[in-house]
Design a protein around this ligand. Structure first.
Ligand code: G1P
Length: 287
């Protein structure tokens, strides 16, 4: 299974902060935002990952994340010239995906919770036609939303519904079989001019090939679309990291725990980062 992180877009809801810099490079407390979704894919056991960015910022992402070899993974890069929608990721990534299945994560989605890693590895192993996740939120109108019938079966996926249909938002993490490339290519842009991920999900649903998993309240799903939610996400990471003395979203740590890199390698990665305390943390893991 291949992985894609979509880190394009202009982040206009965060202006002026994102006027000159990609939202996914902003810090969430002590790490660049993109570290978090990257770690989610690594936790799922996905090691071949395509990072899609704006053309303007492609080099900054490459300098930050490099080839991935340092973390025992393989990163490639592509660009999305205009924000033409999330589903375009599968068209841009067509040759990277090849004949594989694919997991897409949005570069601004932060997931944290007990057993999440095992759960994602199971989803990967189950190899369903498609799997998406529903998360109970207080403001579903901001997201793609899943409507369920009285037997709790999904019957509709609606992007940013104007009237209330349910509290279950579709989070920005999607597992699809290879058919998704063809489906994306046949999509018609929505009224906002985008190839909608919700239309892909609706397609799988209509074919009775959509598997929806609900994530319970023990899992935190944060997005960072507004100034407030950005600050909330930083505060959330800060509070947990202070309390436990354990970091969330460290690719070095995940790589080492997943067995992608050796202890020696971890030490090498830690050294240049000693001054910020981040490196010290990584060294302490080894003791
Ligand atoms: C996008 C998707 C939406 C999904 C959300 C998750 O919304 O279109 O279906 O629920 O990401 O973060 P956007 O960020 O484009 O508003």
């Amino acid at each position: 299974m291949k992985g894609i992180i979509l880190a394009g877009g202009h982040g206009t809801r965060l202006y002026p902060v994102t006027q000159q810099i990609s939202k996914q490079l902003l810090p969430i407390y002590d790490k660049p935002m993109i570290y978090y979704p990257l770690c989610t894919l690594m936790h799922a056991g996905i090691r071949e990952i395509l990072v899609i960015t704006t053309p303007q910022e492609s080099n900054i992402f490459k300098e930050l994340l490099k080839t991935g070899e340092q973390w025992g993974i393989e990163l490639s890069y592509a660009t999305q010239a205009k924000p033409r929608g999330i589903a375009e990721a599968f068209i841009i990534g067509e040759s990277f995906i090849g004949s594989d299945s694919v997991c897409l994560i949005l570069g601004d989605n932060i997931l944290h919770g007990d057993n999440l890693s095992t759960r994602l590895q199971q989803v990967k192993k189950q190899n369903q036609d498609s799997t998406i996740f529903g998360y109970y939120v207080s403001d579903p109108e901001r997201y793609g939303v899943i409507e369920f019938d009285k037997d709790d079966k999904p019957i509709n996926i609606i992007e940013k519904p104007h009237t209330f249909i349910s509290n279950y938002a579709v989070i920005g993490l999607y597992f699809y079989n290879n058919e998704v490339v063809k489906i994306a290519k046949n999509l018609i842009p929505s009224l906002r001019g985008e190839l909608e991920i919700s239309d892909i999900n609706q397609y799988y649903l209509d074919q009775k090939k959509l598997h929806v998993e609900k994530l319970g309240r023990g899992i935190a799903w944060l997005d960072t679309g507004t100034h407030k939610s950005l600050l909330d996400a930083s505060n959330f990471i800060y509070v947990l990291e202070q309390r436990q003395g354990l970091k969330i979203g460290s690719p070095e740590e995940v790589a080492w725990r997943m067995g992608y890199i050796s202890a020696d390698k971890l030490e090498v990665l830690a050294k240049p980062q000693i001054k910020s305390g981040y490196g010290k943390y990584l060294i302490a893991l080894l003791n």
